[in-house]
Ligand binder design. Structure first.
Ligand SMILES: O=S(=O)(CCO)c1ccc(-c2ccc(C3CCCC3)c([C@H]3C[C@H]3c3ccccn3)c2)cc1
Length: 240
């Protein structure tokens, strides 16, 4: 699949988004707008042609799951409806490779804005692996979602098409390490999560409405997703 025409863009954007996600949120450019327990949500106020396109960066950490488990459930079409309450319809239009799919999603209408759809490629990749037993190095995984075009989903104006760039980066920590010679259990798992998104709503929507919706929806979205994975994996063997 590395011969697919999208491959150079997928490769370039995935590396760029990894760097972007790993940049610290200090330095004052990011404004903390929501905080719940370990989850901190930041935004930068940005408008393009009068449209709110506020970049968002969320950092979170949860116990009981691995980076691989988190990103797999974020990427997999099979479980999307189990956690993503923002969508009404979802289709996989193409499987570019085993780790890259093209999604077409119809998002629930957010009153008073018009209903939106999103067409994007979604790529999952392990960035670094490690030997979980030594507890030193930690594995990092990323999912990148980037708006794309596709002949089967022309932007025919039936819905307002949003433009999105999303990255979801997770890193596993063995913390606290198990006692000498003891196996790693889920009590030893800590996963650090960074979620970055830039969503251009595609058509006019009042800035005040969008910012209120972002403030309400994103914290709910990330909390619900991470809790879903921890609950789903609780009684399963650990997938590093
Ligand atoms: O992380 S993903 O790739 C997961 C795959 O689904 C993702 C997440 C969120 C969105 C999305 C799509 C539309 C909207 C708005 C724009 C104008 C009116 C609807 C929003 C804003 C409203 C915010 C929001 C955030 C989270 C959940 C729902 N609503 C977000 C798209 C993709």
């Amino acid at each position: 699949a590395t011969t697919h025409p999208l491959w150079p863009q997928i490769e370039k954007l995935t590396i760029e988004q990894l760097g972007y996600a790993q940049q610290d949120v200090e330095g004052g450019v990011w404004q903390l707008f929501a905080e719940e327990g370990e989850m901190k949500m930041y935004r930068r106020e940005l408008e393009e042609d009068g449209l709110v396109v506020d970049p968002l960066k969320a950092v979170h950490q949860v116990r009981g799951a691995t980076a691989h488990e988190m990103v797999h459930h974020f990427w997999s079409p099979d479980v999307r409806f189990e956690w993503d309450t923002s969508i009404e319809q979802m289709t996989v239009l193409d499987r570019i490779s085993a780790d890259t799919l093209i999604f077409l999603q119809l998002h629930k209408r957010v009153w008073p804005t018009a209903q939106r759809d999103a067409l994007f490629w979604s790529h999952i990749r392990e960035i670094s692996s490690s030997d979980p037993a030594n507890g030193k190095a930690h594995d990092t995984w990323i999912v990148c979602n980037q708006s794309a075009e596709h002949p089967d989903a022309p932007n025919d104006g039936k819905y307002v098409r949003i433009d999105l760039t999303v990255c979801f980066v997770c890193q596993t920590f063995i913390d606290p390490p198990p006692a000498e010679g003891q196996p790693i259990t889920r009590d030893n798992l800590l996963v650090k999560i960074t979620y970055c998104s830039v969503v251009n709503p595609g058509g006019w929507a009042p800035a005040s409405v969008l910012r209120a919706v972002y403030k309400r929806e994103y914290p709910k979205f990330l909390k619900r997703f991470t809790q879903y994975v921890v609950d789903k994996c609780a009684d399963q063997p650990i997938a590093f």
